[in-house]
Write a protein that binds this ligand. Sequence first.
Ligand code: 13P
Length: 279
Amino acid sequence: MNTFIHKAKTEHYAIPQINVNGLIWIECILKVAEKTRSPIILGTTDKIIDFLGGYDFICKTIRNKIESMNITVPVIIHLDHGLTVEGCKKAVDAGYDSVMFDGSKLPIEENIELTKQVVEYAHKNNVIVEGEVGAIGGNEDGVIGNVQYAKLEDCINLAQKAHIDTLAPALGSVHGKYKGEPNLGFKEMKEIQETIDIPLVLHGASGISDEDLVKAIKLGHAKINFNTEINIAWSNELREVLTNDKSLFNPQQILNPSKKAIERTVESIIYKCQSNGKV
Ligand code: 13P
């Protein structure tokens, strides 16, 4: 995964991370990545790991799908917002390619120490690690928080002391729907990318303008995370189908249009990240 991320950083595009919320997400994301020849990251957020069936089940299911769908583009299975060191280790054991340890709510020294423990275990198993500094605001799977911009000094310390592979510095983005306009800290982004030579990760990309995404990519973001945008498209379509025909009960008839909505949204995200045709 490191090779793909570094290639994206050097060539100024980003690999999209699309969050998985169930089996249909896996199929739709893989289908579109293959069609557009884009490397892709399938993210499973730790908060809903039981809902998804657990680390082992979801990782094996994704791998089975990659094989049965004859997917030839690089697919990275990533643990999003790992909540504990133990959880990250379980994901590594289950066969994930990449894990994020989110110690952003902890005092920085504790964040560094726990991230370091994850890195030591992950690197021994050829798994890469994403760390986070500052606070990404908004509502993610029921957890609500305020934006807190990442401090440059904390970014340097986490990168150098914990030896992470990618860094998610919170710079004004939020998970879920934005209240008002997103206000990304491009000045801080520039400072971080000029000081630390590490691929950056942008969380909370749903609702950020195409123009701002391009700027973020130019300033070192090589991985961009999307969840809400896809879920809005999926749920809008599902609602419409059920409202338009109240007699429907066949799951395929109900779900197929919403699968198309996921596919359309993932395709537009791949183009926004400019990762199409990069394989
Ligand atoms: P959105 O839900 O805002 O797209 O953010 C997704 C994300 O950052 C997952 O880590």
